[in-house]
Design a protein. Sequence first.
Length: 590
Amino acid sequence: MSKGTIKKVAGPLVIATGMRDANMFDVVRVSSQRLIGEIIEMHGDEASVQVYEETSGLGPGEPVESTGAPLSVELGPGLISNIYDGIQRPLEDIMKKTGNSLHRGVEVPSLDRQAVWHFTPVKSVGDSVQGGDILGTVQETQVVLHKIMVPVGVVGKIASMSEGDYTVEQTVAVIEDANGAKIEVSLMQKWPVRRGRPYAQKLSPDMPLVTGQRVIDTLFPIAKGGVAAVPGPFGSGKTVVQHQLAKWAAADIVVYIGCGERGNEMTDVLNEFPELKDPKTGRSLMERTVLIANTSDMPVAAREASIYTGITIAEYFRDMGYSVALMADSTSRWAEALREMSGRLEEMPGEEGYPAYLGSRLAQFYERAGRVITLGADGREGALSVIGAVSPPGGDISEPVSQATLRIVKVFWSLDSQLAYQRHFPAINWLTSYSLYVDTMSGWFNSNVEPDWMELRTRIMRLLQDESELDEIVKLVGIDALSPSDRLKLEAARSIREDFLHQDAFHEIDTYSPLKKQYLMMQLMMHYYDQSVEALGKNGVTVDDLVKLPVRERIGRFKYTSTEQLDSEYQGILKALSDEIAASAKKEEF
């Protein structure tokens, strides 16, 4: 354990001398107040320490002591429903100890040492086990069954294990390795945050993470274990999109990281999440959620650590065989923290002052996502999907953080302030967004939903693109210059925009759209378009006749149909569509 003294203090950066025996990324305690810090640079016996707490009042000569261990998180029962800061200090426990203000140097364990959990073994004494195998389970909340795993790297036979009530520090099992050494296993493990947790094999991203949001699932789907970026200017609905994904995405566990967002916004999240009803279980969404709150007024260095803390917790649940969705809001604020620390270290700045290694740090974070076969003899399948919000200044996505993110992620949901001003939500621009997972997942959609899903999707995209080209002509010379078939295209595209892509997050039925419903909606819109194209011009049928058909209102309101009535309403609309188009043709014959 290395001890040194402070030489210089520059904001959250402290230079300490006499630290020759310390290692990079060691956690250190700074001054007599024992502030938490981490070594981020070494020069001889000088260590540069980023301190995760307020450093005002520190001065040269004060002690710095290395703990000899890297920044790690505690993993075990008690994570779910908890609210942590950027370095996994439980905010509610700190509040009980110090009141509403966060005091410096306060030491509170991440997992409650007094809480007692009932451990149920699934293995027996004498069984051979290896890292990743499940020893037993703890019912953490009514929704989450916490699986107690053999620590990574441990191989041997179970020497003793018994069912009972334990705290996280008590030994629940003893494993004897090949050399006869006995390894005690408790309910809690520790893992360094900057190192990804290992797995046996990474799988191809060929299965979608179903979100129930039509513009996402149909046009720009994200794979289970995939990565997506949601860039958008202020007021374009990033937070609501992330809330919708947290609530409805087909994930067992949600990890929500508020890294550097406004305190008021994070307060909304902390107040709303416990009140949100989980649609799968009818219970509070917090029963399968971990929240990490590191607002913009909290220490800048902790903001940089917060996304690593969050993704390590997410990987831990992935290793149990769960599907985990991680929301990072927002990576721009995290990059700004990186820029500030880089400036304090007097490193050569890159574009717009960001460090030259911005791209590689972002990649290291996003690369930890994936659908994997976990360690352990049973080879469970787990998935970690990462959705990162990006807040480019002024909505300009040509800035470095957006561009570096786009080079890494495969899904880009471009939020558009213009659509938001028109009250079109989710304000995802269908002309500038994309998903590179579409081709790998086309087989899944065609075999698990309907064989012509991808064909319908392609036709809808083509109509939307045609509409944008025709809009340019209309702006120049007016709608009368268009042919009847082009005017029909505009009407069909308007129907897709207003009735299909527009979705009300606060409507009890429309907030979530199952894949079957999305398919039927696409079918209705394309049936209307195809039958209108066929009828146009025959027996004097005009575009105006087709636009004014009463059935269009029913097609538009189909999204508010409950699941039980989908099929009957669908058949009713199809019949009404055929009857009304036939009637409009007969009317002209007489």
